[in-house]
Ligand binder design. Structure first.
Ligand SMILES: [Zn+2]
Length: 173
């Protein structure tokens, strides 16, 4: 096989296509996002156990590595850096920035005390739809322009909850 000869290379790919027709069409299906999602889903269902086993084998080691690093000489640096990174690039930070970056009532702008508020309430019902905060934040980020969300600082958020009678204590079933 001479890879510098275009004719031979062409022939090689033609032969390859003939012998791998099925894989080829399967591969092409991935280009359609909807089909890719479907394909991924069936793949995950078919390989459930392998995926779970892989996750299990990977995570403890990974956690151990991070734990050691936090304990080590770079510990403070790693912790601070991670915190700083999250403050700038975390999903929460991205949502807050997309929503104007400050409290809509009092313009307080320290992200550590800024919270995402549901304009018309209903935050707690929405929370139930998601398995974890990551999933929820991802959803909010995708729907950040919907007008359902705003940024409030912790103080204004509590005051708003009081005004609207949204306190947790009143929400308990
Ligand atoms: Zn405020």
């Amino acid at each position: 096989m001479d890879w510098t000869d275009p004719e031979q290379v062409k022939q090689y790919y033609q032969d390859y296509y003939q012998t791998h027709k099925e894989q080829w069409s399967e591969y092409n299906e991935h280009r359609d996002p909807e089909r890719k999602r479907q394909w991924d889903k069936t793949y995950r269902e078919r390989h459930k156990e392998q995926i779970a086993a892989y996750g299990k084998s990977y995570r403890p080691k990974d956690n151990e590595w991070h734990k050691q690093r936090r304990k080590g000489p770079d510990g403070d640096y790693v912790r601070t850096y991670h915190k700083e990174w999250l403050r700038k690039n975390g999903t929460h930070a991205r949502i807050v920035t997309a929503l104007g970056g400050k409290c809509v009532r009092c313009s307080f702008d320290d992200i550590r005390a800024l919270q995402i508020d549901h304009v018309n309430g209903g935050g707690r019902q929405e929370e139930k739809l998601f398995k974890n905060t990551y999933q929820r934040d991802k959803y909010i980020l995708e729907h950040v322009d919907s007008g359902h969300y705003q940024v409030l600082c912790a103080n204004c958020n509590w005051i708003k909850r009081d005004e609207e009678n949204e306190h947790r204590w009143n929400m308990r079933e």
